[in-house]
Every structure is written in C-alpha cells, then in structure tokens.
Write a protein that binds this ligand. Sequence first.
Ligand code: SAM
Length: 390
Amino acid sequence: MVRRLVELGAARSPRVLAAFRSVPRHLATPGLSMAKAYDAEYAAVTKTDAEGVDISSVSAPRIQALQIEQAGIQPGMRVLEIGSGGVNAAYLAELVGERGHVVTMDIDRDVTRRAEDFLTATGHRNVTVLTADGELGTPDRAPYDRIVVTVQAADVPPAWVHQLKQGGRLVVPLRMRGMTRTVALVRDGERLVSDGLELCGFVPMQGAGENRVRLAVLHDTEGEEIALRLDGHPEPDPEALRAALHAPRAEAWSGVTLAGDESNEHLDLWLTTALDNLPLMAAKPAARQRGLVASASPIGVPTLVEGDSFAYRTVRRTEDPDRFELGAVGHGPQGKAVAQRLVEEIRTWDRSHRGHHAHIEIHPAGTPDDQLPAGRVIDRPHTRVTISWP
Ligand SMILES: C[S@@+](CC[C@H](N)C(=O)[O-])C[C@H]1O[C@@H](n2cnc3c(N)ncnc32)[C@H](O)[C@@H]1O
C-alpha cells in the first residue's frame, strides 16, 4: 500500500510513509479482505442513508495521504479531525507524537464508537474522540494548529476559522459549484488563502451545515438515469432540456488534446470559473452504452446550460493512441452554439491557464466585492469563496 501511495504521488514525506506503515488499518474493517483493506484506492463504505447516499466510510488510503500531506503535520501539534472513523485519526496521532494531541469528532455515535474501539486496539492514547456536529468545532479545546475535514463541505463555518491559529492550516474537501477539491488553506486574519488543491470525492456533510446538490432529472429510465447536479446554479427548464437530450446532437472540437492519463480537474475548475451556468451532468454507464450521452463519469461532466439547450465536455480519439481531443456535444435548438461556447473556454484554458492551479480564498460573508480577488465568487451562507487564476 505504501509503495503504491508513493507511485500515485499521494504520499512523499518519510514521516507520513512511516505513519501509514505502522497503523494496522484492517482492524477498522473487519470482514473486508486484507487486499481491499490495504488497496490504496479503496474506500470502505460503512453506512448509507435511506436514499441510498453513502454517508460514512473509511476513506481510501490515497485520499487520506493526500490530505495529510496537504496538512503538513509536525510533532507536538494540536489537530482537529472532523469526520471520524479511527484510521485517519491514528495516522494523525502518529504524526503529532506523544507531545501532540488529536481531537476527532463525528456527528454519528455509531462512528465514534467504532473509532474508540479502533484507537483502543491500536493503542493510540493521544486522541480524544467526541460525538458532536463538527460545524461548531470544539471551542473549549481550541485553538488548533491544523484542522482536517474528512467530509464534503459546501461552506466553511466560522468555527473552523476561529478555532484555527493564525498561520494554521485547514484542509477541507470543499464543494465549489458542484466540483469538490480537497483544498489546503492557510489562515490570514479572518480570511483563508489556498496553498494547493487535489481532486477528491467525499460523503456529504450532515447536521447544521448540510447542503446537498439538487438533481434536475433529464432521463429517468431505470438503470440509465441522467441528471444535472445543481449547486447554486440557476433553475433550469427540465422539460426543455429533456426534449433537447432526445433531439439530434451537434459537436464542436477544440484542437486541444490531453494525454491518456492527464486529468481534467484543472480544466473543469477553469470552466466553472469562466462560465456562469455549468452544473455537472451525472449519467449511469448504461446511458452511455445506449448512446444517450457520449461521456459518463461518476463525478459528473461539466455541462453548459443556456435556456432550452445544453452542451457537455467530451473527448475523441486522435491519430496518436495516447492523446484525446477535447470537445463538446450540444443538444437542443442552440446546441451547436452552446457547444462552441464551451469549446472557446477549453481553448482559453489551453492558451492561458494550462499548467496552473486555481487560487482559492475564503472570506467572511458580507465582505464587499472590491475587497475580493478577481474571478468567480461563490456565495455561501457563511462565506464568499473566490476562484482565481494566474
Ligand atoms: C469519509 S467519513 C470519515 C473518514 C475518516 N476520517 C477515516 O478515518 O477514514 C465522513 C464522516 O463524516 C461524518 N460527518 C458528517 N457530517 C458531520 C458533521 N456535521 N460533523 C461531524 N461529522 C460529520 C460522517 O458521519 C462520516 O462518518
């Protein structure tokens, strides 16, 4: 597992590697095979809600390692983990050592019971397990050098900022217009400034900060469902978009290519920065097999919506077997024009932003526009999140 984490670029610091070597994580998932328990990419789901949404898991080692590297944990630090389970808390406890302390909290008593049993079994005594809504943090135990959030959040509640020391780091899987990235943020006064971000997937937050995406269903035949995931996007006209989906498609191609193993994550964040109405389209693989859509991805495909028409990002093969050309598939009366608009922004990304990472800042709600960096502003109940690009 540790070798794989290094190959994947998820873990690199010798102390992080040592922590991952020393924790017997299989004790957290009795019944799971050793191969799965130590599979770097495997998240073991431990609870699902009535709607079938996963709400608790032991996160995949790759994601745990990415976040721990982002956090930069040093011996002697005080660390708060929000979203528990035991395994990640044990890694954090190894890294802070005897002189440091970890508080791990979860809203679900079943989870904290599991965490307590695990940490007792592994002998990590420098960890306090609490059952409470992480939205409020733990004011009586603050301040912390690091706060590591292991549940998807759409906002940053004031408690996380105020319970972090100045210069301290908050690592949070932040959902921005439907796209989740684990962002490392450094506290600077009342604002947080990003220092790196990584693609990730996490279960959604429960409790006071619950804020799930809404679905606009475009096709509901069982097993081949297609829906737009709305996250503060304008209300679409689902009837018109459903009709558009079944109308002939138009294509537009950008001339911009990606290597087979190159990620779309930065391109997608650029597209949502540049375009006002770009929800993600989720489609079951069967919808793709039936030819209803040309692209399907479990995390969703960026889709530009304009009135009665929409267009989503796609790729096609090129003569070079290792390169794919980016383009867009449009549907509806304006499908061609909308696809061309999306392609224009793919070209802008390639020309001006490729190779760069987005810069994210979190400011308190109510901060005037002229005090925010240029770029996309996402207004949430507690904060104004900005995405800008070098
Ligand atoms: C991905 S799991 C955490 C994984 C864990 N850190 C590990 O060791 O792998 C996310 C957890 O967040 C918890 N959670 C959801 N909303 C929460 C909230 N508001 N406060 C605290 N915990 C919350 C869920 O109950 C779930 O157990």
